[in-house]
Design a protein. Structure first.
Length: 340
């Protein structure tokens, strides 16, 4: 039983490869390496002692996907490949619609043609848009506020339509909150190109001396210390959530053959709490100054985790301390990321 992992050389995909290999599954990765380095997969092999084949290809190339699915007798797909930067999606929406929406359409077409009907898709809490109530339950209205978020919702809608059209499909959509952290070996982790957009990799680079200071985007939100609150989830917990979701596909019934579920911890942490915890974990200072709010940011966002507990029998087990300690270990061991 070989599982195709699209985008498997990337941050979340590489951690999922470890989890699936350790659970005894065979894994083939399809990735165009546009935002990753094949070194991540060598590290996955070191951690697991198992081999991972990389098929360097693009999800927009339907024929290539069909060939890979057939060649390796794949029975399921875990689909991470895509673009993920909110700001960039506003500047270049067409490449987001092309990679995320057209790319997923081509993937689904290739799966249909080769008779592969099991799929797990990386969605995002960004599909909810501005929270109308917290915690965010899966039935909260879906109203993303930027092109990236709209590509995720379009793909979710496409997947619900495809699932409804043919009972052979079994599809899980996972709405991630804020994935952070790294494998506890320090061998794989998040390796952003250029200056990071997201909080945790930015803090890590400040602590490591690559950046001078953190800009805290606003301290006048209606939160406990005025800074933004998010539901940070350890990437290894997230990977475990994928394994549970994959197992749940086997329990789906023809009449209800798709699901969308939050993957978060249910706990919110502020920017300043993150800074404090990272200082503790790294034993370094993280200098910061208060800057203007970032446009499009919300005050608070955290998950309702009941459905994940009930339906997937999954709960996050790692806390903020683990997230910061493991990120720090990754940064110390790999000051230039995967650049050797
Ligand atoms: P990542 O950029 O590290 O991984 C994505 C991988 O997909 C990369 O290896 C990249 O080279 C590959 N890729 C991109 N376009 C491709 C294409 N057209 N064909 C083949 N490969 C392609 O990102 P990540 O953080 O690991 O995110 C994985 C998925 O999870 C993405 O779909 C992302 O939108 C989603 N997600 C991420 C976050 C987050 O905070 N990291 C949050 C919510 C959802
Ligand atoms: C962002 C994306 C979201 C995506 C998520 C992936 C935006 C508007 N949203 O969410 O769609 O799914 O990443 O993890 O980009 N912060 C600072 N200084 C920084 C960076 C961030 O103060 O240099 C603050 C932000 O204002 C926010 C918190 O840190 O309060 C977290 O920010 P970030 O890591 O970018 O994640 P999100 O904004 O939640």
């Amino acid at each position: 039983m070989t599982i195709l992992v699209t985008g498997g050389a990337g941050y979340i995909g590489s951690h999922c490869c470890v989890t699936f290999l350790e659970a005894g599954h065979d894994v083939v990765v399809l990735d165009n390496l546009s935002n990753s380095n094949a070194e991540s997969l060598k590290r996955v092999e070191t951690i697991t002692g198992r081999s991972v084949l990389l098929e360097q290809a693009d999800i927009r190339d339907q024929a290539a996907i069909e060939a890979v699915l057939s060649r390796h007798n794949c029975t399921a797909v875990i689909h991470f490949a895509g673009l993920k930067a909110v700001g960039e999606s506003t500047e270049n929406p067409l490449s987001y619609y092309e990679n995320n929406v057209v790319g997923t359409h081509r993937l689904l077409s290739a799966m249909a043609k080769t008779g592969v009907h099991d799929l797990i898709f990386s969605s995002s809490a960004t599909v909810y848009g501005e929270p109308q109530r917290l915690p965010l339950t899966e039935d909260h209205p879906l109203a993303p506020t930027n092109p990236y978020g709209r590509t995720k919702l379009m793909v979710e809608d496409m997947l619900r339509d495809v699932a409804a059209s043919d009972p052979r499909w079994r599809i899980g959509m996972l709405r991630y909150f804020n994935p952070v952290g790294a494998h506890s070996s320090g061998l794989i982790g998040e390796d952003p190109l250029g200056v990071p957009n997201n909080l945790m990799p930015y803090i890590a680079q400040v602590a490591g001396g690559r950046l001078d200071k953190l800009n805290v985007f606003g301290n006048d939100y209606d939160t406990r210390d005025g800074t933004g609150v998010r539901d940070y989830i350890h990437v290894v917990d997230l990977a475990e959530g994928h394994l549970r979701a994959y197992e749940a596909l086997g329990r789906l019934e023809a009449s209800q053959n798709s699901f969308a579920v939050n993957l978060g911890t249910g706990n919110g942490h502020s920017v300043l709490e993150m800074v404090k915890e990272f200082e503790r974990a790294s034993n370094r200072q993280v200098p910061y100054s208060i800057a203007a709010r970032r446009s499009g940011d919300v005050a608070e966002c955290y998950a309702d985790t009941q459905m994940a507990t009930d339906f997937l029998s999954w709960q996050a087990s790692k806390d903020l301390r683990d997230m910061c300690a493991d990120t720090w270990k990754w940064v110390v061991k790999n000051p230039k990321g995967y650049q050797l």
